[in-house]
Ligand binder design. Structure first.
Ligand SMILES: [Zn+2]
Length: 270
């Protein structure tokens, strides 16, 4: 068994990501030798990494974040809360039990109110039909090998550039770098982050979907046995303007009178 402290020191060790912390001026007994080394000072080691570098860097950011809390899986109980949006004000929808049964309502301004079960059912049907479409299945399967490898490399690159950006901010805060000098190098770093993030987004959705559910003709069976947290992740990926469209509920035109949920759902695509 590892103690939490032991796990933490393991997770912080750069060697696991095949990175070499380089401190040329520090002697074997100097105190500086044990000070944390920034990512930009590290070298690529000549051994095979035990963990992908992006993952390692992500752990460093988590462990050193001041607001760090113990990570818990999402506890969302409802398929579309804060995923579906209000068609009038674009605010997120949440669930209320006022009235005796669950309904989605516009959390920001109360513009809309609609039975949850009806919306969930339609959203489920649309998402499952999408995941059973032959061209979607082909796209998802095609990227399985090259796509995932490319994505891992892209994430490594992105994590490295983000770490460089963090270090720039830290250096200015610590007074080790002038604001003027930082301002000169920052735009290039930000442009690079933006470029890599855009590429990542294009590759990440199919990859993430593959990890959540296997598409295909019998996707409905797998959906039925998936936990709510997984279903919500799938909804979050599919109900975007780039894919199926963001699910928006329009206000009822005749308040008080029941209008079928179908007529009030919009698939907003930007
Ligand atoms: Zn609203």
């Amino acid at each position: 068994m590892f103690s939490p402290q032991h796990l933490r020191s393991l997770a912080l060790c750069p060697a696991y990501a095949a990175l070499r912390a380089h401190r040329p001026k520090a002697g074997p007994h100097s105190r500086e030798r044990h000070a944390p080394v920034s990512v930009s000072e590290m070298y690529q080691g000549q051994w095979t990494p035990l963990v992908p570098r992006a993952q390692w860097l992500a752990v460093q950011r988590l462990l050193s974040a001041p607001e760090r809390k113990t990570c818990r899986p999402g506890r969302g109980k409802h398929l579309l809360s804060l995923i579906a949006r209000c068609g009038r004000c674009e605010g997120g929808l949440a669930v209320t039990y006022r009235g005796g049964y669950p309904r989605y309502f516009c959390r920001a301004k109360g513009c809309v109110l609609i039975p949850q079960a009806e919306v969930d059912q339609i959203a489920e049907q649309v998402m499952l039909a999408y995941l059973a479409r032959p061209e979607v299945i082909d796209t998802l399967r095609a990227g399985e090998h090259d796509g995932d490898r490319e994505l891992a490399m892209l994430r490594d690159a992105l994590a490295t550039v983000r770490a460089r950006h963090d270090e720039l901010a830290e250096a200015v805060a610590a007074g080790r770098l002038s604001v003027a000098l930082a301002a000169r190098s920052e735009p290039a770093i930000l442009a690079e982050i933006q470029r890599l993030e855009k590429q990542e987004k294009q590759l990440a959705t199919p990859s993430a979907l593959r990890g959540l559910i296997e598409p295909g003709a019998d996707v409905a069976r797998r959906w039925a046995s998936a936990p709510m947290s997984t279903r919500r992740e799938i909804a979050r990926l599919l109900l975007t303007p780039q894919l199926i469209g963001e699910l928006r509920i329009t206000p009822s035109l005749t308040p008080g009178q029941r209008v079928a949920a179908e007529q009030r759902i919009q698939w907003w695509r930007g």
